[in-house]
Design a protein around this ligand. Structure first.
Ligand SMILES: Cc1ncc(COP(=O)(O)O)c(C=O)c1O
Length: 464
């Protein structure tokens, strides 16, 4: 029989457990109610040990496996998943570089004291000011995302009197998640340059005196669960790599295969989510084998994981405001195995929603929730956790079974909210963004301040 009080550590961080004495969820050895009392709800909680541990494990696995096949791997943390000064510091301390995608993310990384040479700067529409700043501070690599950008970066570098390292982002035509990879590499999307023109464009970069061609880049998507898409993308990229080495008369220094390693958000995904050690070994074998087939030397590799580093370290705590049973008609329940046997769904409204977690509304993402302030032996109810915003798509957890006595005043914990939640948050309905608190060994530290209604109201310019 399912235990609806169980804390599934395949989805929650490793320190998450239910206190034997109190029945409460504890995170980093701190009770959920203590966190809620001290910082309020909604509250983003990040388990520092879990984030650091994942960063280290991913870096070590990739470095070990690529060393096994005779080359090196550098790991960048993709800051878009969740970046603040403290997290940038953790990542660098765990041996990762930082990938930023805007002037703002660059400013955070620099404020954290990240060495500019350890920063990669992405973006399909970097402004001249962003490029100039990146060049001026000595950013390690700028990733070229359009032909126009080549001249812009070259001009900024020559104005600064430096040679700027750049990588070329290639659109390999491989879409993670798609069953069929595109036959041609002419994808109808905004990122990268077409595979078919990669040699020509890379050669033009290499011809610029103020640019140092550092290699190729490709990011094929997110929530990737198998190595198949990476295999195809690496094969295509290595084809360009081999051709380019001939044209340039020297090996291409580095191949960056991007991020995208998937994680489990729900128990249903837990068994199929990739084990990073296995994935790293597969990736190293794929690259080594393809280089062998093409008769080229192995390049240095780089990766940019975000979600797989920080996603499962995060938990969001919400207070329950209202609950409402809704009768299900036959068609509501059809095709949904969890709905079988339930003739009603309990809507649980919490004090946040799509403003602190846009992913369900943006991508139809699903999450896993548990009752956090107590254990309960009540019979389970089919529930949907919804937010407080003026959208019917304002859903936090699509379907879950929770003890049926969930009531106003209870606390819910939603797992795996570390990535793309705070970073995609908004002030929809003038709801202030919650703070982010790091927990570790019984201590809680606020690492991102929350907003107040006064701050939001003060943004309006009044002429009265
Ligand atoms: C260029 C690039 N690198 C890395 C990432 C990180 O992907 P993930 O968080 O899925 O690992 C992204 C995500 O969109 C990306 O666009």
């Amino acid at each position: 029989m399912t235990d609806f009080n169980a804390i599934d550590q395949r989805v929650f961080p490793p320190t998450a457990r239910r206190g034997r004495d109190c029945g409460q969820l504890k995170l980093g050895e701190i009770r959920a109610t203590e966190l809620a009392e001290q910082f309020g709800t909604p509250l983003y909680v990040v388990d520092e040990g879990a984030a650091r541990g994942k960063a280290r494990a991913i870096r070590e696995a990739l470095q070990r496996e690529f060393a096994r096949v005779g080359t090196e791997a550098t790991v960048y943390y993709a800051g878009k998943a969740f970046l603040c000064v403290e997290v940038a510091r953790w990542m660098v301390e765990e041996g990762l570089n930082i990938d930023v995608a805007s002037g703002g993310e660059l400013a955070v990384a620099l404020t954290a004291g990240v060495a500019p040479s350890q920063i990669g700067f992405h973006g399909n529409n970097k402004s001249d000011a962003e490029i100039a700043r990146a060049v001026a501070v000595g950013v390690g690599t700028l990733i070229v995302d359009s032909e126009q950008e080549i001249a812009r970066i070259a001009a900024a570098a020559s104005a600064a009197g430096v040679r700027q390292r750049v990588r070329l982002r290639i659109n390999s035509g491989v879409h993670a998640g798609a069953h069929d990879f595109l036959a041609t590499a002419h994808e109808d999307q905004k990122f990268g340059l077409p595979l078919a023109r990669a040699v020509e464009i890379a050669s033009s970069i290499a011809a610029h005196e103020s640019l140092d061609f550092a290699g190729l880049h490709c990011h094929i998507g997110s929530q990737i669960f198998s190595s198949e898409a990476f295999r195809e993308s690496a094969r295509r990229l290595l084809g360009v790599y081999a051709e380019l080495a001939e044209v340039l008369g020297a090996p291409v220094p580095e191949l960056n295969l991007g991020g995208g390693f998937g994680i489990a958000y729900t128990a249903a995904q837990a068994d199929s989510a990739p084990d990073i050690a296995v994935l790293a070994a597969q990736l190293a074998d794929i690259v080594a084998m393809t280089c062998g087939e093409l008769g080229v030397v192995l390049p240095k590799l780089a990766f940019e994981p975000g979600r797989s580093v920080i996603g499962q370290a995060g938990v969001t705590l919400y207070s329950v405001g209202t609950t409402k049973p809704v009768q299900l008609s036959g068609s509501d329940a059809a095709g949904d195995p969890l709905d079988l046997g339930y003739d009603s769904r309990l809507y649980i409204s919490v004090d946040g929603g799509m403003s602190d977690n846009a992913r369900p509304a943006l991508y139809g993402a699903d999450y896993h929730a548990v009752l956090a302030n107590r254990a309960s032996e009540a019979a389970p109810a089919l529930v949907r956790v919804v937010g407080k915003h003026c959208e019917s798509g304002d859903i936090v957890v699509q379907r879950e079974q929770l003890p049926g006595d969930v009531a106003p005043g209870d606390l819910l914990a939603v797992a795996a909210t570390g990535a793309y939640c705070w970073s995609l948050s908004s002030n929809y309905n003038y709801v202030p963004r919650p703070p982010v608190v790091a927990v570790r060994d019984g201590e809680a530290r606020m690492i991102v301040r929350g907003e107040t209604e006064d701050e939001l109201v003060a943004k309006s310019v009044s002429f009265a």
